[in-house]
Design a protein around this ligand. Structure first.
Ligand code: SF4
Ligand code: SF4
Length: 384
């Protein structure tokens, strides 16, 4: 089986340069496949409320150019969305800081959180590490998905490109479960399980400025100068690995797990690379992640993830008793309890609650707040 990856040089985030390079990369990847007549989802990397210059998130000009490419072929609504890292719950500041709110000039483009239409339980016999996963309904139902990833290092998974970007389609509980995996291999298998649920139809990697060092939040921005595109996320990630200087991408557990399951290429010879030669891709002196975090057993890191907790908490004064939170709760953890003046107030069954925060996101008055424990507040302050 041959996979195709399209590469185009792109030196900066000037609008014309990005648009020209995006068109070239998409063409070289063989173009986007046919789009089903429903909402088109652009799954961005919006890990944290960080300015585009920090290279933590997909650059807004890249997202704008992707929307422009989609518009050339259809006029269906385009939604740019992601679930940020689970210590960040404020959609307003996320969209503002990442510059995504400033994407204008293309009709029918909106942006928001990926979980705003609820989440769904998914089980597959083919899962290797997960029993089940809870995935954004918006992602599952999209007529077409463009995976708009950022080239970054990652202290746990070594690289963060297209396949890792799909991790953000899962709810908080599922992501925590993955991070609690007993080994790096098991974590990789869990991420590949998530990816296999609904592989995106097209993938774009923002490698204009990537992140080196100990990513995906605290590495250093590094000029790279490419946009990479392809229908197979793993083929694009092979290119990302080559850029980062991996001679054998299969030494990265994530890449090995996907290859083992036939989800991506098993060898470089299976990839048709258009627009560049493999030899010219490695960025001289690119700093991979240090491996310091990986030196700790995965279960210990998972334990830390478990200690960081955010849970819904009701502010009775602002509650209208509208029942929206009860209706969106995926595990029926909210019931009606008597409140003042005959009003019904939501009561949360803490044993059932999986902390997905759908109730918080959907509450029209902000009465269902997201309560962060001390570790979550510390992590947020340091942009963990
Ligand atoms: S959605 Fe908000 S306002 Fe409505 S019942 Fe729930 S907490 Fe109260
Ligand atoms: S009560 Fe818990 S499980 Fe239900 S929607 Fe809120 S956070 Fe999610």
């Amino acid at each position: 089986m041959n996979f195709v990856a399209g590469v185009a040089k792109c030196q900066n985030y000037e609008r014309e340069e990005v648009e020209r390079s995006m068109t070239l990369a998409v063409e070289r990847a063989g173009g986007m496949p046919d789009i089903a007549p429903r909402e088109v989802l652009v799954k961005a990397n919006m890990l944290s409320p960080s300015e585009p210059e920090l290279a933590v998130t997909t650059h807004p000009e890249i997202l704008r150019a992707i929307a422009g490419e989609i518009r050339k072929t259809c006029d269906f609504p385009i939604r740019i969305a992601d679930n940020p890292g689970y210590i960040f719950t404020d959609a307003g500041s996320l969209l503002e800081k990442t510059g995504i709110n400033g994407i204008t000039g293309i009709e029918g483009v909106t942006a928001g959180l990926l979980s705003d239409m609820g989440i769904r339980d998914v089980r597959r016999d083919s899962f290797r590490a997960l029993d089940s996963a809870r995935i954004s309904a918006r992602y599952l139902d999209a007529g077409f998905c463009v995976n708009a990833a950022k080239l970054k290092t990652h202290v746990e998974t070594e690289i963060s490109g297209c396949i890792k970007n799909i991790f953000g389609t899962a709810d908080i509980g599922t992501r925590k479960k993955c991070h609690s995996s007993p080994s790096q291999k098991r974590l990789a298998d869990a991420i590949v399980d998530l990816y296999s649920i609904r592989p995106p139809e097209f993938n774009v990697l923002d490698a204009v400025v990537g992140m080196e060092g100990d990513g995906p939040s605290h590495g250093q921005p590094r000029q790279v100068g490419y946009i990479v595109a392809g229908r197979n996320a793993l083929a694009v990630d092979w290119v990302a690995s080559a850029i980062m200087g991996y001679d054998d991408p299969l030494c990265v557990p994530l890449m090995a797990s996907a290859a083992e399951r036939g989800i991506g290429p098993r060898a470089r010879t299976e990839i048709v690379l258009n627009g560049a030669d493999w030899d010219e891709l490695p960025v001289k002196g690119f700093k991979k992640s240090s491996g310091l975090v990986r030196a700790f057993p995965t279960f210990l890191r998972g334990f830390v993830h478990k200690l960081v907790s955010i849970s819904p908490k009701l502010d009775k004064r602002r509650c209208l008793g509208c029942g929206i939170c009860r209706n969106v709760c995926p595990v029926d953890a909210i019931s009606d309890a008597p409140g003042p003046d005959g009003k019904k107030l939501p009561a949360i069954d803490r044993l059932k609650c999986v902390s997905c925060l759908c109730c918080h996101e959907m509450c029209p008055t902000g009465a269902m707040t997201a309560h962060k424990n001390l570790l979550a507040r510390l992590a947020e302050a340091s942009r963990f």
